[in-house]
Design a protein around this ligand. Structure first.
Ligand code: PGA
Length: 253
């Protein structure tokens, strides 16, 4: 299990330090097999790393640029993320696809760049409401997953995380039912099996994201192919985030 908090464009430096400290104390030492991460805004990564130091909570970033370095004003490279202590990086979040012109091709390039720099990409896939209503959710998720993973080579299943995030459930308070999430996660697992083979596929974590909170985490995490959560709104309060970590521990037993 992995429970990762995506803080999005929330918290200034002071707020990020405070939230990180509260998360560290609320989460404590997670049970065996449960990993925890927070993904603050870029400007707070360094400070949050200092707060997380010595705790069980790992650091992640929300995006990266696909180039090593150069004239890309405003962008942040994988090496920079490594240098401030990142372990994970979110790639292809639906908000990046929707508001920043992220494409399947750029997501694929970023995933490769993350791996080249020994960051673990949390690759986001998921259909819009329109696509689901048209019965196209599998087609869309397959296209996104295949494009994102096309050239990736894994040394271990722990090198890659997928997050299935139905766009209609993100920040809307509307969660996928456990059955909907379970069916899509099982489908993503078959895609991973096709791509990486039957040895690696079972160990690759597939997170659910989209209005996961303390109240619904247990039933979502109980689904066989749901290996954790990517948490937005509920990650901004240490208590609700820690409650999801507790649900992951219970589901893992
Ligand atoms: P949410 O966001 O939990 O606020 O729906 C999830 C995400 O976007 O990763």
């Amino acid at each position: 299990m992995l429970i990762a908090g995506n803080w999005k464009m929330n918290t200034d430096l002071t707020g990020a330090r405070q939230l990180a400290a509260s998360v560290v104390s609320a989460v404590g030492t997670p049970g065996a097999g449960v990993d925890v991460a927070v993904c603050p805004p870029y400007v707070s990564l360094d400070a949050v790393f200092t707060v997380l130091h010595g705790s069980a909570v790992r650091l992640g970033a929300q995006d990266l640029h696909e180039a090593d370095s150069g004239a890309f004003t405003g962008a942040v490279s994988a090496a920079m993320l490594r240098s401030v202590g990142c372990h994970y990086v979110i790639v292809g979040h639906s908000e990046r696809r929707q508001y920043f012109g992220e494409t399947d091709a750029s997501v694929g390039a970023k995933v490769l760049q993350a791996r080249r720099n020994r960051l673990v990409p949390i690759v986001c896939v998921g259909e819009t409401l329109e696509e689901r209503d048209a019965g196209r959710e599998r087609e869309v998720v397959e296209r996104q997953t295949v494009a994102a993973l096309r050239d990736v080579r894994l040394e271990s299943a722990a090198d890659l995380v997928i997050a299935y995030e139905p766009v209609w459930a993100i920040g809307t308070g509307r969660t996928a039912t456990p059955e909907q999430a379970g069916a899509m996660h099982a489908f993503v697992r078959t895609l991973l099996r096709d791509r990486f083979g039957p040895e690696s596929a079972p160990g690759i974590r597939i997170l659910y994201g989209g209005s996961m909170k303390a109240e619904n985490a247990a039933e979502l995490l109980a689904q066989p192919d749901v290996d954790g959560g990517l948490i937005g709104g509920a990650a901004l309060k240490a208590d609700s985030f820690a409650a999801i970590v507790r649900a992951a521990e219970a589901a893992n037993r």
